[in-house]
Design a protein around this ligand. Structure first.
Ligand SMILES: CC(C)(COP(=O)(O)OP(=O)(O)OC[C@H]1O[C@@H](n2cnc3c(N)ncnc32)[C@H](O)[C@@H]1OP(=O)(O)O)[C@@H](O)C(=O)NCCC(=O)NCCS
Length: 180
């Protein structure tokens, strides 16, 4: 398997991929990701070189987005002063689940962030999704705090306010052709 930056014509593939994940999450009883992700924001992230795809031959096995920019209103000024990479939209295809592919992608992100000079790999996970939070704790992240207010809809509850971080380090991941 290899990791490659997404191309502009991957937008529809990535949207379908996310819809598949949302359908699985709904079957698990979670309300996570039930609102479709805006295609224009995805296209902009691809253009910025932030979106990566894990390819298993021609199949998309996973995706992750890495950005030096944080979502507004989550992290303090002191935290933002520390060099960090923010990960979003980590998704593994159900065909590839249960093989720790997500863990390998997180290791890759940790390694890449370290090489890029960041101290922290940071994320905001779905506020109400405890199994997902447990997953990140098992992947070496520490919970920083949960931000509950200031959501996108009328400043209401934050759907994605469970903040966590993992210190970056040189990390083995085993992917081919990972871009430097
Ligand atoms: C999180 C994810 C990338 C991990 O991939 P993976 O390494 O292949 O691991 P698995 O998919 O086997 O998941 C590991 C465990 O976490 C659980 N889990 C993962 N994401 C979950 C979620 N969003 N909600 C509830 N449980 C979740 C799985 O059910 C599984 O539990 P099990 O071990 O009891 O079967 C993948 O599960 C995924 O795509 N989840 C949906 C999208 C998502 O929530 N991404 C995180 C965005 S912050």
């Amino acid at each position: 398997m290899k990791i490659t930056p997404a191309r502009p014509d991957d937008v529809s593939k990535l949207i379908a991929f996310r819809e598949e994940a949302a359908a699985w999450l709904s079957r698990l009883g979670s309300d996570q990701w039930q609102r479709p992700y805006p295609a224009d924001r995805l296209a902009a992230a691809i253009e910025a070189g932030s979106v990566f795809m894990v390819m298993d031959g021609d199949l998309t096995a996973a995706t992750i987005t890495l950005s030096p920019e944080a979502e507004e209103g989550l992290w303090t000024d002191e935290e933002l002063a520390e060099p960090s990479i923010f990960i979003t939209k980590l998704t593994v295809a159900r065909t590839h689940a249960g093989q720790d592919l997500g863990g390998r992608v997180l290791n890759w992100a940790c390694d890449r962030a370290y090489r890029g000079g960041a101290t922290w790999l940071r994320l905001d996970a779905w506020t109400t999704n405890e199994p997902l939070q447990l997953y990140y704790l098992q992947q070496g992240f520490e919970h920083v705090r949960t931000v509950r207010a200031g959501g996108a809809v009328n400043g209401g509850p934050r759907v994605s306010g469970w903040l966590a971080q993992r210190r970056t380090a040189p990390t083995k991941h085993g992917f081919e052709n990972a871009p430097a």
